[in-house]
Structures are given as structure tokens and as C-alpha cells.
Design a protein around this ligand. Structure first.
Ligand code: NIG
Ligand code: FE
Length: 416
């Protein structure tokens, strides 16, 4: 049965329509509709426009009319295109050691680092992991994030990676957010694997990849390209196989040293994420490619490192998304809106560029075409903020949270 709903009037509706996928975006390029309405048909947007005009349509369609009183700003539902929220345990000790001046090596020798989370995550049952993902996804959802990418990568064996990806799949059944799973079996060479990097990746691609397809667990393959993880020479054949099987490619690139973004460009990856160490050369090749650059300010804040050169990427004509990287090691905060706002202040991004980074440019980083903008036929995923201007959202640096979150045409979170 077709069900129509009209919501409004909205002081401002920021639709992101007609905004370019790449390059500089000025605040005055945003399409902002005043006294707006949003007419929903089941899960999708039927129309947006002037509230009074839509009201006539709504009456003709016998729509439910949800009338609002006071100031509301409506944005598309936010998209967090890079997280590692499927994990167990904590790495608070790593954080303390790092801030006390200990090196990466000293922390690893004390039993910290990614391997520590692998050990803790392997101990957890699938149900516990699924519960953790559900809980964290709901935390993000309350802040207006209606689509969340979630990586595996703390299993690092076929069985343990499957456990993680099935836990993510189960969590996706119960949370109102959409979870987009990514296989990050290429996170590091597991310490207990008897063989070298190449043998491990061959094993994963020949054994795990077919099961991902069979069980529909993920259509995205990620790898961490870094001295401490995998080199480009290891990853090229791994990604070739993934592509031949129809997977989308995404890369942890240029976090501490360069090399990853070159692989992303050569392999026509959907996105290259991190890029804190990218130089003008990497910025140039990324900007000339179709790859979406994903800044992860949460990792810079967690590690006390430089931010991704977001301004330079946009000025060069690149496409920039912004994601939280929420993980127990480098990015424990898990607050996309705060982090994106802070990246804006340090990198001198316009509010339009920050908003684009967590809406339609983030959708592109996940190769999703049905969300990130508010227009007819897009998913009815949107946030209502109790304020009179969208500038307030970034100005309050994450402290202004949506008073209503709508997902696929239904209200899924409301603050009174
Ligand atoms: O995106 N860089 C590699 N992976 C994660 C960190 C994972 C961890 O420390 O547990 C990241 O920052
Ligand atoms: Fe990451």
C-alpha cells in the first residue's frame, strides 16, 4: 500500500541538489529552500518544495500531514563512510602510553596495537560482536548518521573474518541505520599465520572471497597499505582478484607514508581513505582520478597527527568525503559531526564542503546512488535540527544534534 507523508514547514531545507561531486563548494552554492516541505512516498522522497504548494498535493494524495511548529533545518541523513565499529575490548592503555610518549613499537611490544584488538575480538562470540555493532550504530544514528560503513579486519582468519561479517549482517537486521559491510582481512599479516604476506592474501582471496559472495556478506574489499601492514606489491594482485570477482575496492592509504593512493588510482578504487601523509603528488593524482578522498579527522585527533590536507584536495579539484574511522585504536571518539566540524576549522573548509563530505560525497565513497541528497526518488533519510540556520550545525561543533532523525520515511529517533 502506498503511504504518503508530508513534513513541514521547515525553516531551511538544505537539499545538496546541483552541488558538484568534486572540488570547491561555496556556501552560497548550496540550494536552500525556505518554508519547505518534504513529501514522502513509502521509503522514498516523492517531492520537496514550498510547504504550502506541497500541502495541496498532500491533500490530494490523502497524505498524513506532520506539521511542525518553530524553527527546523533539514539536512540529508549523514553518512559515515569508514568505521571499524565491530570490535571487542578497549585500547585505552595504548592511548595513555602514546600520550606518555611511547613509540608505536613500544606499544606493540607491550601487547597493544591492532593485534591486541584482534585477540580481544576473536574471544568474543558472534552475538556479542553483533550487540556491540548494534549499540554503536545506534549511537551514530542518534547523531543523524543513517548509513554506516562497517569494516571487518579484527578477525584475520577466514573463520574469524566470517564471524565479524556475519555479526555485522545480523546487526544490520536490527538497527534502523543501513550498515554497509567491508572486508578488511588485509588489515595486517596475522601473527599466527604460517606464511608470508602473499601467501596470506592468496589464502584470503581464494577461500574467503567466494563465501562473501555466496552469503552476500560484503561487496567491498579494503586493505591497509603501510610498511607495518601490506606493501603495494602485495596488494595489486589481491585487488586484481577482488575486482575480477566484482568487488568494489577501497584503500587505507597514505596514513603514515605514501604509496596507497597510487594503488587506489591505478586500481580505480572507489575511495582512498586517511591521506594524512599525502604530498602534492598524491593530491594531484587523486584529483585527476575518480577516486573519492576520505578524510578521517577522528584518527588525527586520536593519534595527535596532522589532518588530511582536505583544503588542498578540494582546491586541486578532488572529491572529499569525511568519515569517523571509529575504532578502538586510532579513533576511539566516534563522533562524526564533531570531527567533521573540527576538520572544517583547521583546514578552512566551508560549511558546504563539510556538509557535502558527510552527505552525497560520502555516498559516492560507498558507491551508493540513492542517498546523500534530498530530491525525488532518493531515500527519505533526513535530519531535523531545531535551529533557524544550517550554519549553527557546524558552529556548535557537534553539540547541536538532530531533534528528529528520519530513515526510509520513518522517524527513528526523536528528542523532546
Ligand atoms: O583506520 N590504519 C589502520 N587501521 C585503523 C586503526 C585500527 C586500529 O588501530 O585498531 C585506522 O586508523
Ligand atoms: Fe580505518
Amino acid at each position: 500500500m502506498i503511504k504518503y507523508k508530508l513534513i513541514g514547514p521547515l525553516t531551511q531545507l538544505v537539499s545538496m541538489e546541483n552541488c558538484a561531486i568534486r572540488g570547491i563548494l561555496k556556501d552560497n552554492e548550496l540550494s536552500v529552500i525556505k518554508n519547505a516541505g518534504i513529501l514522502i512516498e513509502n521509503e522514498h522522497i516523492f517531492a520537496i518544495g514550498d510547504f504550502n504548494d506541497l500541502k495541496e498535493k498532500a491533500v490530494a494524495l490523502d497524505a498524513e500531514i506532520i506539521e511542525l511548529y518553530g524553527d527546523y533545518v533539514c539536512t540529508p541523513g549523514f553518512i559515515d563512510a569508514h568505521t571499524h565499529i565491530c570490535f571487542s575490548g578497549t585500547r585505552a592503555r595504548d592511548y595513555a602510553m602514546r600520550n606518555a610518549g611511547k613509540s608505536y613499537l613500544e606499544i606493540a611490544e607491550a601487547g597493544g596495537g591492532i593485534w591486541d584488538t584482534v585477540m580481544q575480538t576473536r574471544k568474543a562470540e558472534k552475538e556479542e560482536l553483533s550487540h556491540n555493532v548494534h549499540k554503536r550504530a545506534n549511537t551514530l544514528l542518534k547523531n543523524g548518521i543513517t548509513t554506516i560503513e562497517v569494516k571487518s579486519g579484527y578477525g584475520l582468519s577466514v573463520a574469524e573474518e566470517l564471524k565479524m561479517l556475519r555479526a555485522i549482517q545480523n546487526a544490520n537486521q536490527v538497527t534502523d541505520a543501513d550498515l554497509i559491510a567491508t572486508c578488511l582481512a588485509g588489515h595486517m599479516l596475522p601473527r599466527d599465520f604460517e606464511g608470508d604476506h602473499k601467501t596470506y592474501l592468496d589464502h584470503i582471496s581464494s577461500t574467503l572471497f567466494p563465501i562473501l559472495k555466496e552469503e552476500n556478506l560484503s561487496n567491498r574489499i579494503d586493505a591497509f597499505i603501510e610498511q607495518s601492514a601490506f606493501l603495494p606489491s602485495h596488494i595489486y594482485p589481491y585487488f586484481e582478484k577482488a575486482k575480477a570477482m566484482g568487488f568494489d575496492i577501497t584503500v587505507h592509504a597514505d596514513q603514515f607514508s605514501t604509496g596507497g593512493s597510487e594503488v587506489a588510482v591505478q586500481m580505480n578504487a572507489i575511495s582512498a581513505d586517511h591521506l594524512e601523509a599525502s604530498t602534492d603528488h598524491e593530491i594531484k593524482i587523486l584529483a585527476k582520478s575518480n577516486v573519492i578522498a576520505v578524510a578521517l579527522p577522528g584518527a588525527s585527533l586520536g593519534l595527535g597527527c596532522d589532518f588530511t590536507p582536505a583544503r588542498k584536495i578540494l582546491d586541486a579539484g578532488g572529491a572529499l568525503a569525511i568519515a569517523s574511522d571509529w575504532n578502538p585504536g586510532s579513533a576511539p571518539m566516534g563522533d562524526l559531526l564533531t570531527q567533521a566540524s573540527i576538520l572544517g576549522t583547521f583546514e578552512k573548509l566551508t560549511n558546504a564542503e563539510v556538509l557535502a563530505g558527510i552527505t552525497f560525497r560520502a555516498a559516492a565513497a560507498l558507491n551508493l546512488k540513492d542517498r546523500g541528497k534530498l530530491s525525488s526518488n532518493m531515500l527519505a533519510d533526513f535530519n531535523l535540527f531545531q535551529t533557524d540556520h544550517f550554519n549553527e550545525i557546524f558552529y556548535q561543533q557537534g553539540k547541536l544534534v538532530p531533534s528528529q532523525v528520519w530513515k526510509k520515511g520513518n522517524i527513528v529517533y526523536s528528542r523532546s
